[in-house]
Design a protein around this ligand. Structure first.
Ligand code: BG6
Length: 484
């Protein structure tokens, strides 16, 4: 990991009037500029189709910043000094040439060294024409370095991801490409590396001899929230399983990297993905939420949500049981699950250790024997719980499960926003927390059988933990998922 200071640059944000840019990207850039003296007087150029000028765009962004808690005067002054706008049509070559001229003029006026970050906060279908026009207009051939940031979803399946990678590589070397998965920017996710490789306590236990199973859950209580058009094209497999969940699995299961640089970590993650068989319907459950209830509130079913076509076959839930066929994990089931309209927002990795050989307790009546569990809470209540057995005071041998707890908020206060962490890394050229092209393609390979073909879709009531079949897929000693 390199912690060098970021260099001054021009950040060109495509999709600058969209929800992602306004809610996440621009407020994070503002905070980074304020916190990092090296970024003083660095340009941000918003690019979108709306016919705005600099003044109108600055007012729009200042209002967004104020809404996110920035004092009005500070927001307006920052926008005035650093922010520009350039309207552009999708795939319009002349417009990209004009954008190039505008970038040069801004760089000259602000005395910038000609480094450029191109941030694609765009819907998937706009990636291809934007990268093509940007490349053909030569915007990436600046005086300094040029970096490309691409949001997820990177492709719709393996073939489209391969085609997109080929296009990207026509103009950008892989070392300059930052495929963004915001889960990798979460402190708790980064901490998986510190936790696993910075402590000698757990690593000897982290294998098939000691671990009975691993559960990874990314659950949301929200539904599609007005994003039906996007979600109809995505579904839970493309939206969360292929990226966030598989990245969590890789960081949980990978071997220690040779160093903490982007390629060393990507090499290890890739080995994990390559050691897995493709997901198929026999080991997966796909679901869609029907009408239900949560905390006394009635909830619509997915097919009744505004913008969702009647009879939609898009999955809002997926659970998979998979295995990693390597020396460390052979035979250990990894249960993965993600869904919308579940009982609460919860992202957790639970490592369930094998039961102790109970023979020692045999002559006694033992009550309450349970496995040790390590629970990594990614959100909310970020931290860890380790459960262990103690004797309940009194007669007999009654075992009781107790917990050791660590909570980030108690130890360190509030955590930084993932986008801020990731944007700073882009500005530094640090790729540890981004996804390499081959990892991305491998993750699509695994998910391929669950998309692009007819599947069985089970309904589950909104506000529940998914279809009954998914709830019972873990049936070891009658135990189910840790959270249900
Ligand atoms: C996004 C998905 O990548 O992640 C959304 O597109 C999902 O559908 C979101 O709601 C979840 O992110 P977080 O950080 O709130 O867990």
């Amino acid at each position: 990991m390199n912690l060098r200071a970021p260099e001054r640059h021009t950040l060109v944000c495509f999709g600058a009037t969209g929800d992602l840019a306004q809610r996440k990207v621009l407020p994070s850039i503002y905070r980074l500029h304020k916190a990092t003296p090296a970024l003083h007087r660095t340009a941000v150029v918003g690019v979108a189709r709306s016919a705005l000028d600099d003044k109108a765009y600055r007012e729009k962004v200042a209002a967004v910043l104020v809404k996110s808690g920035v004092p009005g005067e500070g927001a307006r002054a920052w926008c005035e000094q650093n922010l520009f706008y350039c309207p552009i049509g999708e795939g319009a070559h002349d417009a990209f040439a004009a954008l190039g001229a505008r970038l040069e003029a801004i760089e000259r006026d602000m005395g910038l060294p000609g480094n450029r970050v191109f941030y694609l906060a765009l819907p998937l279908q706009a990636f291809e024409p934007t990268i093509r026009c940007l490349g053909e207009a030569g915007l990436h051939r600046a005086r300094g370095w040029s970096r490309l940031v691409v949001e997820k979803p990177f492709g719709r399946d393996l073939a489209s991801a391969q085609a997109l990678n080929a296009l990207v590589h026509r103009y950008f070397d892989e070392s300059c490409v930052f495929r963004l998965d915001h889960y990798l920017g979460k402190e708790t996710v980064q901490n998986l590396i510190a936790f696993r490789f910075g402590n000698s306590l757990f690593e000897p236990l982290w294998n098939r001899d000691r671990v009975e199973r691993v559960e990874i859950t990314v659950a949301e209580d929200l539904g599609v929230e007005g994003r039906a058009a996007f979600y109809e094209e995505a579904g839970a497999v493309r939206d969360v399983l292929q990226n966030h969940v598989l990245q969590l699995l890789c960081l949980t299961a990978m071997e220690p990297p040779a160093a903490l640089d982007g390629d060393s970590i990507a090499n290890e993650k890739l080995k994990v993905l390559r050691s897995m068989s493709v997901f198929d319907e026999s080991s997966a459950v796909l679901g869609q939420y029907a009408a239900g209830e949560l905390e006394g509130k009635s909830l619509l079913g997915y097919r009744e949500e505004p913008g969702v076509p009647e009879g939609s076959e898009v999955e809002t839930f997926v659970a998979v049981c998979t295995r990693i066929n390597n020396w460390r994990w052979h035979g250990v089931p990894f249960y993965l699950r993600t869904g919308k309209r579940m009982p609460r927002k919860l992202s957790r990795i639970t490592v369930v250790f094998r039961s102790p050989p109970a023979a020692v307790f045999q002559p006694l009546v033992v009550c309450g024997m349970a496995c040790n569990r390590l629970e990594i809470a990614l959100q909310p209540n970020e931290g860890f719980n380790l459960t262990f057995q103690v004797k309940q005071p009194g007669e007999g041998m009654r075992l009781h499960t107790q917990e050791m707890r660590f909570r980030y908020a108690e130890a360190f206060g509030p955590l930084a926003e993932a986008y801020q962490t990731l944007l700073l890394d882009v500005m530094r050229g640090e790729r540890t927390l981004f996804v390499r092209h081959d990892e991305m393609e491998e993750a699509w390979r695994l998910c391929e059988p669950l998309i692009n073909r007819p599947r069985t879709l089970l309904q589950y009531p909104a506000g529940s933990w998914g279809p009954a079949r998914a709830c019972t897929m873990i049936d070891h000693d009658g135990q189910g998922w840790t959270h249900q």
